[in-house]
Design a protein around this ligand. Sequence first.
Ligand code: MLT
Length: 327
Amino acid sequence: MVLDIKSVLIVDGVGANCSEILKAHGISSTNIAKISKDDLLKEVPKYDALVVRSASQVNKAVLEAGANLKVVGRAGAGVDNIDVKTAGERGVGVINAPGANALSACELTCNLILSLSRHVVPAAASMKAGKWERANFTGTEVNGKTLAILGLGRVGREVAIRMNAFGMKIIGFDPFVSAEQCATFHATKMELDEIWPHADYITLHTPLIESTKNFINANTLKQCKKGVKIVNVGRGGLIQERDLLDALQSGQVGGAALDVFEQEPPTDPLTLEIIQHKAVIATPHLGASTKEAQVRVGQEIAEQLVNLVKPGTYNTPLAEVTRVLNK
Ligand code: MLT
């Protein structure tokens, strides 16, 4: 069975190559980099497929409004901004680009670990404010420190390889990865309760699911070394934000670098207080925001869509989250 996709709505700033590939196969597309919730609801009924990054919520209302939708493409790894249950019930397939962003997310993670260790962000801000404060910004080496990686999938294992090259000892937790597999990327597998007391840095690379929600919380933080540093380029919601703020204020957490938040963009006063904390580096969900990653995701999603219309055109495998060809 082939799908009849003639028109695709692409939102959230997916690379222009996505439209170009579709066009080369006679599929028209409209690319709206920034779209409001209301405009998405107005636009979506006109299209056979929708492609999003993480900004737009493809919730029940959007799926119901998109009466002609046959497939939703997530130009990225997870699908937590898509109501996959409703999509499945409505016979709308969901596809994604699971590995295309991994290296970019990994590189941002490594960058944040190093920035935290050497106070790069506050030191640069102090220079811009006309100051010269060398003594305030004495850092620590990462060499010889222990990095705990929670989630050893595509991103986590790339982080392990790179930070091991900086001399860090890598420990990790992932129920789906064996100790032997861990050894291939220089990580020692541990159980979760063993991890906390060893870690100097913790970085999060798990999907956001019921069992990982609030993974980092008051209970887990109190088992860590005082001054532990936390990096989250994974998903908002993996960290209990109230508990993180308390731990930052007490010094139990010595620094945090956060690229993702429970609500994006954040407006909650608690989250804003975390962002303002002097030991926090905050970035606006930039993990996948590189030219290279956006070209890769644009290409992966476009080629999958073309294959659904003209099977076998590209070698790109179908990354189905809910069934696309279900009839
Ligand atoms: C991802 O899940 O791959 C990213 O969060 C996508 C994005 O940056 O929008």
